[in-house]
Write a protein that binds this ligand. Structure first.
Ligand SMILES: Nc1ncnc2c1ncn2[C@@H]1O[C@H](COP(=O)(O)OP(=O)(O)OP(=O)(O)O)[C@@H](O)[C@H]1O
Length: 149
């Protein structure tokens, strides 16, 4: 007797119910999702010195841009690069936590690679942000300084 093997795809509700089956909790609505996202940002702010430094430098760069009457598009480009650095800092913190959760306080070469790469990603965007800020802020800043001297 041959056994019949079903090749049909699972229907949509079945997929939806399976999608988050390993999650301890799923946000019930959009407002609660924002609350959890804010918790992640607050956690990063409190625990990561680099995040606070990047936030401060970012705020200074945007303030300087406004002071130097940069074009809206230039301010937007600076804001995007700063946003990228901060977002990657939050992701870096998430990766660190997942790595620590997995290996605890033991040394593992893959844990090292994961953490180093996550930190490297932040560094790449930070260098790009410095480059962008340098190109957009330095020329008008030099003009202002020359006029003042
Ligand atoms: N379990 C581990 N196994 C192997 N190497 C590790 C492990 N934990 C940390 N390291 C190494 O120590 C470095 C610092 O780890 P840490 O957990 O302090 O991350 P760090 O906080 O990345 O730094 P930052 O927040 O400044 O990006 C990592 O980049 C990695 O090279």
């Amino acid at each position: 007797m041959s056994q019949e093997i079903s090749t049909s795809q699972p229907n949509r509700p079945e997929i939806a119910s399976r999608k988050r089956e390993f999650s301890w909790r799923v946000a019930a609505n959009l407002l609660i999702s924002f609350k959890y996202a804010w918790n992640g940002i607050s956690y990063t702010f409190v625990t990561q010195r680099n995040f606070r430094i990047h936030l401060l430098i970012g705020a200074l760069a945007i303030s300087l841009g406004i002071l130097l009457h940069l074009q809206p598009i230039e301010l937007a480009v600076i804001s995007i690069t700063i946003g990228l650095v901060l977002a990657l800092e939050v992701l870096n913190t998430a990766i660190e936590s997942v790595v620590d959760l997995t290996v605890k306080q033991t040394y593992h070469e893959l844990a090292k690679i994961a953490k180093d790469c996550a930190a490297g990603a932040v560094l790449v965007t930070a260098l790009a942000a410095v480059f962008v800020a340098g190109i957009l802020l330095l020329p008008p800043l030099l003009v202002l300084l020359r006029a003042a001297l």
